[in-house]
Design a binder for this molecule. Structure first.
Ligand code: AMP
Length: 422
């Protein structure tokens, strides 16, 4: 590799990360604004937690045996000798914040949302990144399975707003502390009987967390797992009742769903409801939303006995199945001739911007023709011409670039005309 190539390589974005360029950023803002608006309608409020946390938080919350913790965390020792991790998911941070700030003292249920980057050292491919972005929703203190269905209904409201169609909702129950141990034993026995059919990773999971075998993508493991005993056949009365009532609420909302007995989700803390919304428009990485109930986490963090449920949507995947929006707003270009007129232009631009009109003013001196050509190139909707004469009169020519019609007015009149035509 020559010097040039090496220098170029050194400054490239890190594998698995991606720049969101201005042409795409409008779409991100649109989706984020829609999410904000919808979540607030359901009583959710934003909770922003730090990008990095103590490693222990995720070991304890996400689970020591989960793939995310075992293989995928961005962990480093900081200059103070502490083990720090860039958050791979959001739920443990929210739980920590609630316990730390005693937010549980507020009236329940507590509803929070968040949007931001997550970090997982996963194998990058289409739809799977090492820095990716999630829209995250968590609600605490509501045991009623109606809330499980309401969060799914809210996810669907957002998808509908974003024009995301062709989705399928998969649901399952992963049981609870009461029914899971007996099921684990059965599952373990069944997995042990498969000999070395399972991959090395899954053979390790037999002892650490056999439920995780269902997450494996290796074909032989998937075939074997399809024959394993299923958790929904081993639920205790409480979990079975919860699952039935949850599904009847989905029926009430007329949300079609499919029970997927193999859906256990990659994180350790789920109890009872687990769900995923997949799209038929994407290939292997087809999950756009995943979530579930986690009734024991808060207590395990030393907080109150407060149940929780939430979901996370992957922004990159979500945006890959939405129609790109035209984001170009209408722009006013300020043209001027000469140094004195430039000062007039600067003042005018300030007036227009304060009136919430997007205004472009360039500082390189040019002739009127060059200004017009530039305004055209930038796609300006109007051009105002600022000169000393105009300043004296207090009236400025305004050209509508679409119709070619030129009018004249005071800044206030121009603002009114622009606002009326917008
Ligand atoms: P999870 O926290 O693994 O349940 O993921 C929730 C959602 O985040 C998934 O349904 C995906 O849409 C998205 N997601 C998870 N991991 C990645 C990744 N590595 N790259 C892009 N999106 C991801």
């Amino acid at each position: 590799m020559n010097e040039d190539a090496r220098a170029k390589k050194e400054i490239a974005a890190i594998k698995g990360t991606k720049d969101i360029l201005p042409a795409e950023a409008g779409n991100w803002q649109w989706a984020e604004a829609a999410a904000r608006q919808i979540f607030e309608l359901y009583g959710y409020r934003e909770l922003r937690a730090p990008v990095f946390e103590a490693t222990e938080l995720f070991e304890k919350g996400t689970g020591r045996a989960s793939d995310v913790v075992v293989k995928e965390m961005y962990t480093f020792i900081d200059k103070g000798g502490r083990s720090i991790t860039l958050r791979p998911e959001y739920t443990p941070s929210v739980v920590r914040a609630i316990v730390e700030h005693r937010l549980d003292l507020q009236p329940e249920p507590l509803r929070f949302y968040f949007m931001g980057p997550m970090f997982r050292y996963d194998k990058p491919q289409k739809g799977r990144y090492r820095q990716f972005h999630q829209i995250d929703v968590e609600v605490f203190g509501e045991k009623d399975p109606a809330i499980d269905a309401e969060t799914i209904e809210m996810a669907h409201a957002l998808l509908a707003r974003l024009g995301v169609t062709e989705t399928e909702t998969l649901v399952n129950s992963v049981g609870c502390k009461a029914c899971r141990p007996a099921y684990h034993r059965e599952l373990k026995a069944a997995a042990e009987k498969t000999g070395d059919v399972l991959c090395a990773d899954c053979r390790r999971k037999i002892d650490t967390n056999p439920l995780r075998i269902f997450d494996c993508k290796v074909e032989a493991c998937r075939e074997a797992a399809a024959m394993f005993p299923r958790i929904i056949d081993h639920l205790c009365d409480e979990c079975r009742d919860h699952f039935v009532r949850f599904r009847s609420c989905l029926d009430l909302y007329k949300i079609p769903y499919r029970i997927d007995p193999l859906l256990v989700r990659g994180l350790d803390y789920y109890t009872k409801t687990a769900f995923e919304i997949v799209t038929t428009k994407l290939g292997a990485q087809n999950a756009i939303c995943g979530g579930g109930r986690y009734d024991d986490m808060m207590k395990e963090f030393g907080g109150p006995d407060l149940c929780g449920i939430g979901f996370a949507m992957g922004m990159e995947r979500l945006l890959s199945v939405t129609e790109p929006r035209p984001v170009q707003g209408k722009v006013l270009y300020v043209a001027y001739l000469g140094d004195e007129a430039k000062k007039v232009g600067m003042k005018l631009a300030r007036i227009f911007r304060r009136a919430a009109i997007e205004c472009l003013l360039e500082f390189k001196d040019k002739g009127l023709k060059a200004h017009m050509a530039r305004a055209n190139k930038l796609g300006a909707a109007w051009v105002i011409i600022a000169g000393e004469d105009e300043l004296r009169k207090g009236r400025y020519p305004l050209k509508d670039m679409g119709s070619g019609v030129q009018t004249e007015g005071t800044p206030e009149e121009i603002i009114r005309a622009i606002q009326e035509s917008a």
